[in-house]
Design a protein around this ligand. Structure first.
Ligand SMILES: [Mg+2]
Length: 181
């Protein structure tokens, strides 16, 4: 069995949202990055936790999942965000750039239809802070059809926690063991 995909969001997962006082967790370090198509004198400030790099590398090295960026950062996740965390170049889901003013234009995460098509019938664990109940229903239906699917949803103000990756590893290990049995 091919390892399941690990779809990884950036904003609200690796880059937490500021709290009401505008501050970010003290675990995170400031970086200024210049996304593709943006001028060098107009960088974007991001806050990243170096511990995330180590935690994600542990998951990647275990070989139980195939990691893929799934973020509005698109290719920039691989070229700008990953290296700051010490991650190797990873592929990304080539999401479109819809003209939307909400992340849930149809009541569910805007990425989902693209992810659904991209995955086809591949098993996947998807970490994103922005799922709605309709996304959870989609995942449950997928799993009920026999395509292992897990959604992991960090609190966007806290971002990814070690226990989220523990859950990913446990889920992927059980899946691998079930296929080997
Ligand atoms: Mg997000």
């Amino acid at each position: 069995m091919r390892p399941p995909y690990l779809l990884l969001d950036v904003d609200g997962v690796l880059i937490p949202f500021p709290d009401e006082h505008g501050s970010t967790p003290t675990t995170h370090a400031r970086h200024d990055v210049v996304p593709a198509g943006r001028s060098a004198d107009n960088p974007v400030t991001v806050w990243l936790d170096p511990a995330h790099g180590r935690l994600l590398m542990n998951v990647i090295r275990a070989g139980l999942v195939t990691p893929v960026w799934c973020t509005s950062w698109r290719q920039d996740a691989a070229t700008l965000i990953g290296p700051l965390l010490g991650l190797p170049p990873l592929p990304h889901v080539d999401l479109p750039r819809p003209q939307i003013t909400t992340s849930h234009p149809n009541g569910y995460l805007w990425k989902r239809d693209h992810v659904d098509a991209w995955l086809a019938d591949a098993p996947a664990v998807w970490i994103d802070d922005d799922f709605t109940s309709l996304d959870h229903a989609w995942a449950a239906e997928r799993a009920a059809r026999g395509t292992a699917t897990l959604l992991v949803q960090p609190d966007p103000h806290l971002g990814l926690q070690p226990e989220h990756l523990t859950e990913v590893t446990k889920w992927a290990s059980q899946l691998t063991a079930a296929h080997a049995a």
